[in-house]
Write a protein that binds this ligand. Sequence first.
Ligand code: PFF
Length: 460
Amino acid sequence: MKRLKQHVIWGQRGSFILAATGSAVGLGNIWKFPYITGENGGGAFVLMYLLCILLIGIPIMMAEILMGRRARANPIIATAELCEAAGASKLWTGIGWMGALAGLVILSFYTVIAGWTLEYIVAAVSGEFTGLTGEASKQLFDGLLADPGKMLQWHTLFTLMTVVILALGVTRGLESSVRVMMPLLFVLLLVLLGYAAVEGEFATSLRFMFSFNPQDISWESALVAMGHSFFTLSLGMGAIMAYGAYMPSNQSVSRTVLYVALLDTLVALVAGVAIFALVFATPGISPGSGPGLMFVTLPVAFGNMSAGLVFGAIFFVMVMLAAWTSTISLLEPGVAYLNERFGFNRVAASILLGVVAWAMGLGSVWSFNDWSAKQFLWGKSYFDTMDFIATNIMLPLGGVLIALFVGWKLRDHHILHELASESPRLVRWWRPVLKFISPVAVLVVLINGIFPVLRAVFVE
Ligand code: PFF
């Protein structure tokens, strides 16, 4: 495939780790991980999740980085060039195309939810959490969902924030922003952990998150853990591959991946411990309260604690930063493609794709109000349809294909020199896991994800 420009490489130490961690740490860690842990029983779920990170997440992340760094191009051109080099069928190029498309789809609804954090920062600062009861908190949240104008305003603002960073370029935009935002995010998280230790039921929370009860292990929760390990590390859609193209050649891929996976997991665990400590300290609310945990339950906890407004605002700023460093990685594969393939400048490419994602997100905004009765695929709302297609189909499919492509199609001479400075023991371990274990595990996630729909279409 024709390409116009040589890629930039991030010069400053640690930039790649910060950017990849920024992509990985997002709503998945702070919003989703705690509530699915709550719903699936705590400790046993955490253990399964860690196992999935090790057997699925880490091997596939290494594969994505290697592809990006080897080709030094965006995921579409990278897969095309590697296909050609390996003499593999052109169909494998679908990995890059599907990834860029999945990025647009995820971005379109991710900014809708990320927009809620902006509303909640304003709500915390303006004292709306004070003395909040469970009922009033639910009304506050339902009021936001029922107001398409307000939701649209935050969706638009979050999309704009994403476009601005991408338009500033790979060094001035992406690299500079993660170097500020990620350390800030870590500091805010530690502040919140300290607050939860003082104000919350810390010991109860630790017991909930880490006490292991074998009865809680079930097939369903294992599948949730597998699927989540994948989403939380931003795998399967080329975001990490796109960043891999900017990674210096002398940096160790395996060590970097371990850092990213460790940081991502730590943020999820620390956020979980802090959130549950605050929730357990508030009478009348429960930890297993599903998706409403962050936007309904937690504001009640903040509203009834000392200095809860300040720490409530800090919490939602932290979630906003986490989401922001993820949204930029969702659009980067597409922006880099338009730039490297057709010579679009970054400003034009970012605006163009930002507008496309924004427009696709309108349906997600309306899913909670004007379109709440409308059904799209298989009885799902527009929002759930988009989430389903991207998270349950495109990401796992991308992941299986990446594992198979790097595991089976690329020969040693295509990638081994990228791994020259890595520990030989690790490389020996990585290849078989990538060839056999990861694709099978992700395939199980994929089949399970589409199974309810297949049943709905063919059986019921
Ligand atoms: N990893 C992000 C999260 O946990 O919220 C979500 C995500 C970002 C998925 C970027 C995929 C991606 F490319």
